[in-house]
Design a protein around this ligand. Structure first.
Ligand SMILES: [Zn+2]
Length: 340
């Protein structure tokens, strides 16, 4: 990326390979990377984070360890690995209590660190994890960011229980489709919304119990009738904007709303009376801990859940891949194949 702005700022070109400067670092030869909305926000400069240019985007990747620093013991050259995207300073009160994803000097691959849209990436060895059993490199690149994000939101924070009803706003994106899989796997009833009947059908084939086309009907009323006028126990709303108030209105008493962003606007109108009288909880979350990432990998090994991959682009077409994600036509993850 040579500047902040549209996809015209992205170039497929050669640059120097990274080299190890700290004894706890590794270099991974990437086989695949995956796209996330954060890549687009970083490209647009919407995060407010300023990095040296040119800069390599990409928070998600998987590959093979190519080189290790002198103190590295958890991986060796040739190991296939998937990457845990955030890294902390190791010294603030959050890092000292195993919450370095909340570090005050947080660095995330593709954000303050050079990212995964590349043949090689450098990162701390402790960010390398074993690939879930039976996963291809494409799948291993597609799951980390969305699954760790939903795991912390839905499992740790909202503590979704078997038999509860969950509403997922805007099925189709990476976090939403992964949440559908995990919620069904733990035995929840799942209602999804979309403006696309094709996406609703796809969601049903993946286990969604009900689909609501929000272009054709009021989803608050539809949720009410599907839940015996009670509302749902948990809502995932990463859309925000006009939808936010409806998400709150869809919750049952004691309900929990989880969010990891707002693609339709971050300053929605709240209904404080409803939050108070219905005793609602709202959880904002981004990323998750190494402990949660490790628990997630164990869950994927047991359930054999795999991320849904919508489409694979070659690395050289990263700009087209981002344009495709911006158009929101996908169902699941968009992956970049990295050339040898
Ligand atoms: Zn820190």
């Amino acid at each position: 990326m040579h500047g902040y702005g549209g996809v015209e700022q992205l170039f497929f070109e050669s640059c120097d390979s990274p080299s190890i400067t700290e004894p706890d670092e590794v270099i991974v030869k990437l086989k695949a990377a995956a796209l996330n909305h954060i890549d687009i926000w970083n490209r647009m400069g919407a995060t407010g984070i300023v990095v040296a240019l040119p800069h390599i985007l990409g928070a998600d990747g998987a590959g093979v360890v190519a080189e290790t620093g002198a103190n590295v013991a958890n991986v060796k050259v040739g190991d296939p690995v998937c990457l845990y995207p955030p890294t902390g300073c190791g010294q603030c009160e959050f890092c000292l209590t195993e919450r370095d994803f909340m570090c005050i000097r947080l660095r995330v691959l593709g954000e303050r660190l050079e990212g995964t849209y590349a043949q090689y990436v450098k990162l701390p060895a402790r960010n390398c994890f074993p690939i879930p059993a039976g996963y291809s490199f494409h799948e291993a690149a597609a799951f980390p960011l969305v699954f760790i994000t939903l795991w912390r939101m839905v499992i740790t924070n909202a503590a979704l229980q078997p038999g509860e009803t969950m509403l997922i706003i805007g099925i189709g994106g990476g976090v939403a489709s992964a949440t559908l899989q995990v919620a069904k796997q733990i035995g929840a009833r799942v209602i999804v919304t979309s403006g696309s009947d094709a996406k609703l059908e796809r969601a049903k084939s993946l286990g969604a119990d009900h689909g609501i086309n929000h272009q054709k009907e009021n989803f608050v009323a539809a949720v009410r009738s599907l839940t015996d006028k009670r509302g749902v126990n948990v809502v995932l709303d990463c859309v925000g904007g006009e939808v936010w108030r409806k998400s709150l209105a869809s919750l049952a008493r004691g309900g929990r709303l989880v969010t990891c962003g707002a693609t339709a606007g971050g300053q929605p109108q709240d209904d404080i009376t409803a939050i108070v009288t219905k005793q609602l909880k709202i959880y904002g979350s981004t990323l998750g801990s190494r402990r949660e990432f490790s628990q997630l990998i164990s869950f994927l090994n047991v359930t054999k859940n795999k991320p849904i991959i919508d489409r694979v682009f070659p690395l050289s077409e990263a700009a087209s891949a981002q344009r495709y994600v911006e158009a929101a036509q996908q169902f699941g993850k968009v992956v970049l194949e990295i050339p040898e």
